[in-house]
Structure formats: C-alpha cells, structure tokens
Design a protein around this ligand. Structure first.
Ligand SMILES: NC(=O)c1ccc[n+]([C@@H]2O[C@H](COP(=O)([O-])OP(=O)(O)OC[C@H]3O[C@@H](n4cnc5c(N)ncnc54)[C@H](O)[C@@H]3O)[C@@H](O)[C@H]2O)c1
Ligand SMILES: O=C(O)[C@H](O)CO
Length: 318
C-alpha cells in the first residue's frame, strides 16, 4: 500500500476514504509544515495531502528528484503556496480541489458585501457593547446593495458564482475584468481594465488566484479609481491586494469600506484594519462548512487514488 501523509487533522469522512486506499499518516497539528518537515515528508511518503500554509517552495524540492513522493494532492483550489514548476521539474505531480469550494466562497463574498455595505459588523458591535440608543430614521445608514453595480476582477468559477448571486438575487448590474475572454450564461459587461471596473462599480470584488502573477494586482491606482462611496471585497488571496494601499485608501476616505476574508500575512491582521469600523474582517472562512471540507478532502483523495492507479488525476495542475 502507498504511504500518504495528510498534513492536518481532517473530517472523519475524508480520513475514512483515504484509509480505504492508502497507508495514511495524519499529522495531529494545525500549524503549517516547516521546510525540514516538508523535505522529510518528500523523502518518506509516496504522496502528500498538503494545504494552505504548507509552503512547498523551490528550495524544498532541491533534493526531491530521488525522493519517494510523486504527488502533492492539495486540499484547496488555491495552490499558490506550492511552486508547481519546481515540483514538475522534480517529476512531482500537483493537484487541487476546484468546484468543491465555489458556492461556499461566493456565499462568504456576499456575507462580506452585506456586512460592509449595510454596516452589519459595526451594528453588531454597537449592540454587544450596550451602546445602541434604539431605532431612529437616520441611524447607521449604509449602502443599499439592490440594483447597484458589482465589479468582479477574475470571472472564474467563484467570480461567476458571485456575479450570479448579485445579478439574480440582488438585481445588480455586473461589470468585470478577466485575463481571458469568458463565455457567460448571464448578462455581464467585460471592461478593458481593472481600473475601468473599479471606476464603474459600487462594490468591487477580487476573485483571481494568488501567486507571483497577481501579487498586488489591486494597488493604489485601483483604489484611486474607485468611488468614495464604493466598497471593496477580497475573498481571493491576501497578497493579491497591496494591504498598505488598501489601508491608506480607507483612512483617506478614498473608498467607503472593505470586507476581507484573506490577508497578506495570515494570521496577522494589521491593527489599522481592526481599528476601522467600516471594515468587516473574517478569518479565511470561505470554505468553512463541514460538507464543503468533506467534498474538498474526498476530491484530494480521488486525485491520489487516480494517480496511483495509473490514471490522470482529475484535477492535475502541472
Ligand atoms: N477565501 C477562501 O477561503 C477561498 C476559497 C476558495 C478559493 N479562494 C481563492 O479564489 C481563487 C479563485 O478560485 P476559482 O476556483 O474561481 O479559480 P478560477 O481559476 O476558476 O478563476 C480565476 C479567474 O481569474 C482569472 N485571472 C487570473 N489572473 C488574472 C488577472 N491577472 N487579471 C484578471 N483575471 C485573472 C482567470 O482567468 C480565471 O477566470 C483561488 O485561486 C483561491 O486563491 C479563496
Ligand atoms: O483555496 C482554497 O480552496 C481556500 O482558500 C482554502 O484553502
């Protein structure tokens, strides 16, 4: 039986399925693997099921050519923590879990959108602090989301799921920018640049993958293009956004608010963001529902099963 390392505790269903196919070791620790642990795992196991935070960067693979590990079956759609080119150079396959995460992550984008536009986090804090003076006609007036324009940067699986929720659920117009043309089955207008989308949107949402190509894609120029009444939502990866530029835009009133699920240096969230009432902050909750995490895990196990059965893993990325 092939030996597999699962780098974090997982839902029971996932582990049961993994044990049906493999000799499985589960790391009983929720911290990311350290470089030495990654090198050790590459040497000792036939396959690894890693996740967010396990930084399989090029230097970890230097001795991997003769190592035992032949596949990293990532738990998660985003795999920017793995240097897939370096893995490929060592003959190591990499797979991910697309689709399983789409609806749940789009739901969290909608949660953040309403939390920031309708000042829900701020209102909750007011009630909990015992400072609510009671209802009045001008209290805590936010942005009415229905009928407004949402701008999506990255119209992939999650971007489309967000756009559909906005369009069909909230009657919003959709504008977007994507690296390549996208055939869509709903009404949406592609604009020529990120800045154009930023200038047009009442709510700007970023849903591109992380990694070197998209680092700080959302920068000071993008925030400068946004309207002072507009809100910004990030459910993608923290480093897609220049966090310092976001903080400056919020502090200067260049934008009205932000809703964030991801951060540049997770789990560190800048104090400047925590200090602002008009910012909704979630702890990377995009896929945090049991059935979603089970679906992700089962997908990762299926990628391992297929690989070791000599088939092409369904979600190979390199
Ligand atoms: N917050 C969370 O918990 C959570 C959960 C799931 C996914 N994510 C993140 O969301 C990302 C997107 O997931 P997905 O399944 O929609 O991926 P996807 O590949 O289906 O969509 C990404 C889209 O971005 C586009 N894109 C890439 N680079 C671009 C650029 N420079 N400019 C414009 N468009 C660009 C691609 O063409 C594609 O259409 C993941 O890679 C992951 O990092 C976060
Ligand atoms: O990319 C994803 O699927 C989520 O961020 C969890 O890893």
């Amino acid at each position: 039986m092939k030996r597999i390392l699962v780098t974090r505790p997982m839902p029971d269903r996932v582990l049961e399925e993994a044990r049906r196919h493999f000799d499985v070791e589960i790391r009983d620790d929720n911290t990311p693997l350290k470089p030495g642990q990654m090198r050790g795992a590459l040497a000792l196991y036939d396959g690894i099921l890693p996740t967010l935070g396990d930084m399989f960067q090029a230097d970890v693979f230097t001795e991997a050519e003769n190592s035992r590990c032949r596949i990293l079956a990532n738990f998660g759609v985003g795999y920017n923590h793995i240097d897939v080119a370096a893995a490929r150079a060592m003959g190591i396959a990499v797979s991910n879990t697309p689709g399983a995460v789409t609806d749940a992550t789009a739901d969290i984008a909608m949660t953040l959108m309403l939390m920031t536009a309708r000042r829900a986090g701020e209102g909750e804090r007011l009630v909990r602090a015992g400072k609510w003076p009671g209802w009045n006609p001008t209290q805590m007036l936010g942005l009415h989301v229905s009928g407004k324009t949402v701008g999506i940067i990255g119209m992939g699986r999650i971007g489309q799921a967000i756009a559909k929720r906005c369009h069909f659920g909230f009657g919003m117009s959709v504008v977007y920018h994507n690296r390549s043309a996208k055939p869509l089955d709903f009404d949406a207008r592609q604009l020529g640049s990120i800045e154009e989308v930023a200038a047009t949107a009442d709510i700007l949402v970023v849903a591109v993958p992380g990694g070197a190509e998209t680092r700080h894609l959302i920068n000071a120029e993008v925030f400068a293009a946004m309207r002072p009444t507009a809100h910004f939502i990030n459910i993608a990866r923290g480093d897609v956004v220049d966090e310092a530029a976001l903080i400056a835009a919020l502090q200067e009133g260049g934008i009205a608010g932000a809703g964030l699920d991801v951060y540049e240096r997770e789990p560190i969230v800048p104090d400047a963001l925590k200090a602002m009432e008009n910012v909704a902050l979630l702890p990377h909750l995009g896929t945090a529902a049991l059935e979603v995490r089970e679906a992700m895990g089962l997908m990762a196990v299926e990628n391992l099963r297929a690989f070791f059965a000599g088939e092409t893993p369904p979600n190979l990325v390199n």
